[in-house]
Design a protein around this ligand. Structure first.
Ligand code: IDP
Ligand code: MG
Length: 153
């Protein structure tokens, strides 16, 4: 069996306002990923700038931090085999217009700046960094899902 790993996912303010939290959580649950942390919160500007620090020099940075702080988000940690890459595949491309139907962004978005969901990228350390920015260790819960023997060989 390949490594189980954890990834950071966030329903962005547009996804919350459009009532898509349940739909997005369901997709990951149905896939067999395990929810190990969740938090309904609103980012302040410092948190937003730190979360998106890699984009600080991009022309869209201020719009991005304004948007992500504009309303509540639902932040989560999901665990499973190859979780970081599998969540990215389920999200689709950064631009919803380029995202295949069946992906979250391909099913629920049209515009690059309103792409509904965030998920850690596959670069080494990204997921861990993002998880730590939102969750303390004791906010992540270790447990077995009852279907795990049926999800993994
Ligand atoms: P990702 O969310 O697919 O990882 P990133 O390149 O990390 O994409 O960009 C972070 C977020 O910034 C995107 O989800 C999108 O909302 C926004 N963004 C990315 N590129 C652009 C752009 O060229 N114009 C406006 N917003 C952008
Ligand atoms: Mg990214």
């Amino acid at each position: 069996m390949a490594d189980r790993e954890r990834t950071f996912v966030m329903v962005k303010p547009d996804g919350v306002q459009r009532g898509l939290i349940g739909e997005i959580v369901s997709r990951f649950e149905d896939r067999g990923l395990k929810l190990v942390a969740g938090k309904f919160t609103r980012l302040d500007d410092d948190h937003a700038r730190e979360h998106y620090a890699e984009h600080v020099d991009k022309p869209f940075f201020d719009d991005l931090t304004d948007f992500i702080t504009s309303g509540p988000v639902f932040a989560m940690v999901w665990e499973g085999q190859d979780a970081v890459a599998q969540v990215r595949r389920m999200m689709g491309e950064t631009d919803p217009a380029e995202s295949a139907p069946g992906t979250i962004r391909g099913d629920y978005g049209l515009d690059l700046g309103r792409n509904v969901v965030h998920g850690s990228d596959t670069e080494e350390g990204s997921a861990q960094r993002e998880i730590e920015l939102f969750f303390d260790d004791d906010e992540q819960v270790d447990y077995e899902r009852i279907d795990e023997p049926w999800l993994y060989e």
